[in-house]
Design a protein around this ligand. Structure first.
Ligand SMILES: [Zn+2]
Length: 531
């Protein structure tokens, strides 16, 4: 990073910005300071742009005060529609980030036992469980991370060992859901969230609105997608045990994981991105992939600084990716390419600061546009020198997608009826659509940090899968296949989809891009191709 953000107003006393333009300058400085502080807190760097944490923290505090004052001032005024929309956009992002907003755990897992915690504190405590407990799963005399364990459930050949590993996750289930009774930490959390939704990106109606549909339509789409899967994978005589599900559908991993060692992940990822015209080195993307205690327990991408105009020239955003990889494999490269999808999206945005951050659902859906490619035989042949049969690869890909859709539907139902027993809700969904044997005695759904760190967020993955299939189909139609690279990919997508941030409302942007409204047909057709 070379240039410094504009800081001229930072050390002045806080006076409420009077105009939208004035507010937006402070808002941009806030986003830059937030990105810098988060980068330092993530453990990636000690300084950003020559400033240490203390300095960035002070800048951030000042900008939080200025933006809060400016928003309050302008929200009380009658504004022309475009200004009102700008203020609304800044308000949404600001509310999300101004608190802690941090990805690194800021509380202790044990705090979750306290019945006195409000929503935010309870979310933070339960999220910390995914670091303290979830990333220290004891199995066969050693410790594995949660994402490592989920991948090992695909790989381990012996059912007894898979069962043992599955049950080794019980401490995490307990940390999240206690004894599963009404006083469980998760049930206390979800009832508070349902009573006071966290925001548009985590409510069923909010997520549905990004696709331009009503909540009930989105829920039906999720069920339709799961139904399509059920039809091509009928349960037959026997249900599959939950510790066997990932293994049953992991034949592609079994075929190619030997060609994806841990050490190869970054180079594979970089090569594919380059072949898509999105050279991650040229875009300045930073990767921090080794496990480390206290690090965010999930993989994520974020902006170290936003893209913005400076003295008439565009200063691009810089993105970073954080993860905890202790093993390679198809599962991991899929996730890493997903995070890279976020990073190149962030780098492609060319819009004013108020609209810098796109809708969450749209971001999650786009990140899977490149990541689904790793299941394609053409990708595997080119980058690994061997390929699993297409049907095996698609089954594995969609088995993982179906779990996300199942979690999304789980959240829709828990948010609608927070007094429901989550184990019963999860058992019903997984037995009906995925053919998984019922185990209502276990809270085995509790292995995704988003469920507690940001309740409602899994819906973005579930609905995102519908959009991903649509975006991939449209992109293929426009520029040809891209699963094994296509130099037009990044330029064409940047120009037609990514550069806008949230400056165009998502349903309109998607309609413009697709030439029609979003529909689940593309995803359902792909699933049905497995017949
Ligand atoms: Zn993501």
């Amino acid at each position: 990073m070379t240039s410094l953000p504009a800081l001229s107003l930072v050390f002045a006393a806080v006076a409420a910005p009077q105009s939208v333009a004035d507010l937006e300058r402070h808002f941009a400085d806030f986003l830059d300071a937030h990105g810098a502080q988060e980068t330092i807190d993530s453990g990636l760097l000690e300084q950003v742009d020559g400033r240490d944490r203390k300095t960035w923290h002070r800048i951030r505090e000042d900008e939080v005060a200025a933006v809060a004052a400016g928003l309050a001032h302008l929200e009380a005024r009658r504004l022309v529609p475009e200004d009102a929309r700008l203020v609304r956009a800044m308000r949404t992002t600001f509310d999300e980030l101004a608190g802690s907003g941090s990805m690194a755990p800021s509380r202790k897992c044990a705090d979750g036992a306290s019945t006195k915690l409000g929503v935010d504190a309870l979310e933070e405590a339960l999220y910390a469980c995914f670091d303290e407990v979830g990333n220290h799963i004891r199995f066969e005399g050693r410790e594995v991370t949660r994402s490592g364990a989920l991948q090992m459930l695909q790989e381990i050949g012996e059912p007894k060992r898979r069962q043992a590993l599955f049950l080794a996750m019980e401490p995490l289930w307990r940390a999240v859901d206690g004894d599963g009774n009404a006083a469980s930490p998760y049930r206390r959390l979800i009832s508070q969230v349902a009573a006071d939704p966290r925001g548009a990106e985590t409510s069923t109606a909010g997520v549905a609105s990004v696709l331009g549909v009503e909540a009930a339509v989105l829920e039906r789409w999720l069920v339709d997608v799961l139904e399509a899967w059920r039809k091509v994978n009928p349960a037959g005589k026997s249900l599959v045990e939950p510790w066997d599900f990932r293994h049953r559908y992991a034949r592609a991993s079994h075929a190619v994981n030997g060609a994806i060692p841990r050490e190869s992940l970054e180079a594979l990822n970089a090569r594919f991105a380059r072949d898509l015209g999105a050279d991650s080195r040229a875009l300045g993307i930073r990767y921090d992939l080794a496990p480390r205690p206290g690090k965010a327990p999930i993989a994520y991408a974020d902006a170290m600084r936003i893209g913005r105009l400076e003295k008439g020239a565009w200063r691009p955003a810089i993105a970073r990716v954080s993860a905890n990889y202790d093993r390679g494999g198809l599962y991991t490269i899929n996730e890493l390419v997903h995070e890279t999808g976020h990073a190149v999206h962030i780098a492609a945005v060319r819009t004013r600061p108020a609209y810098f951050w796109p809708d969450t659902l749209f971001m999650e859906a786009f990140a899977d546009v490149p990541s689904w490619s790793v299941f394609d035989p053409a990708w595997q042949q080119k980058y690994l020198g061997r390929a699993a049969p297409r049907a095996d690869a698609l089954r594995e890909q969609f088995a993982l997608v179906m779990l996300d859709v199942a979690w999304g539907l789980f959240e829709v139902r828990m948010l609608r009826d927070p007094n429901a027993n989550p184990n019963a809700v999860w058992t019903h969904i997984t037995q009906t659509y995925l053919g998984i044997a019922p185990h209502p005695e276990w809270s085995w759904w509790a292995v995704r940090a988003q469920l507690v760190g940001n309740p409602g967020y899994m819906l973005n993955y579930a609905a995102g899968a519908i959009l991903t299939a649509d975006l991939r189909a449209r992109t293929r139609e426009a520029i040809g296949p891209f699963d094994a690279g296509n130099p037009r990919w990044y330029g064409w997508l940047s120009e037609n989809l990514l550069k806008y941030g949230s400056s165009i409302e998502a349903p309109e942007l998607l309609r413009q891009f697709l030439g029609r409204p979003v529909s689940p047909e593309a995803l359902i057709a792909e699933i049905e191709s497995l017949r």
